[in-house]
Design a protein around this ligand. Structure first.
Ligand SMILES: N[C@@H](CCC(=O)N[C@@H](CS)C(=O)NCC(=O)O)C(=O)O
Length: 221
């Protein structure tokens, strides 16, 4: 039996599950994953059985319940320091935490206007001015982090702070959205997006999302 269990929603639609899923994989934890499909007749009761907030992702470790993507990252970072889920350098770490929190608490317009739907392709979708503002801020964050990592990261695998970490996981659903809705980005941003898209855990997730049977009409245009 695996030491951890990660409860998630649909891989195709649940952006917070994607964040928790990538972080848990990046930590190297031995875990089992359980999908609870969202918006089914009994989803609410099923999620409440495993998550006190009634939301996924929720990580179980023995009797402990960690019911939020960012909290899962912080918890696993303490248990698996060698995974470098936060960057080792303190300036990079400060920035990684700030942008992860910014994602966790913000970008409502982008999230509403461009809901995550990994398997769909909706180029030409009308982007609201508010969502465009969020897009501009997200790309500015990525540009800053990558400009810094190119010069300063000890090991640069093309991620925000060199190695894949919590900050990349927090922004991974935005990358999926940019692809679905054909958001136009400059070459250096496209390179970063490709690094995340080709990260093995992301590839595995995208494949599984495409194979899921559930369709949630509210996220289909
Ligand atoms: N702040 C939470 C947000 C979790 C969240 O909103 N999860 C959504 C799925 S993406 C959910 O569980 N929704 C329940 C539902 O749709 O029934 C986190 O970071 O994990």
């Amino acid at each position: 039996m695996a030491e951890f269990t990660l409860y998630i929603g649909n891989k195709n639609y649940s952006s917070w599950s994607l964040r928790g899923g990538l972080i848990t994989r990046a930590s190297g934890a031995d875990f089992e994953e359980v999908v609870i499909p969202l918006r089914e007749r009994n989803s609410e009761q099923e999620i409440l059985k495993i998550s006190p907030s009634g939301l996924v992702p929720c990580l179980h470790h023995g009797d402990s319940r960690i019911w939020d993507s960012l909290a899962i990252g912080m918890y696993l970072n303490e248990l698996f320091p060698d995974a470098h889920l936060w960057p080792a350098d303190k300036h990079a770490r400060r920035m990684a935490r700030a942008i992860s929190c910014e994602m966790h608490s913000g970008f409502a317009a982008l999230r509403k206007n461009l809901p995550m739907n990994i398997r769909a392709s909706y180029p030409g979708h009308e982007i609201t001015p508010e969502a465009q503002k969020d897009i501009n801020r997200v790309t500015a964050i990525w540009r800053d982090a990558r400009d810094r990592a190119r010069i300063k990261a000890e090991k640069d695998d093309g991620f925000l702070f060199g190695e894949f970490g919590i900050a990349d996981a927090m922004y991974a659903p935005i990358i999926a959205r940019f692809r679905t809705y054909g958001v136009d980005v400059e070459d250096s941003i496209a390179e970063y997006m490709d690094a995340v898209w080709n990260y093995p855990a992301m590839k595995e997730w995208v494949k599984a999302a495409k194979d899921e049977p559930w369709i949630l009409e509210e996220f289909e245009l």
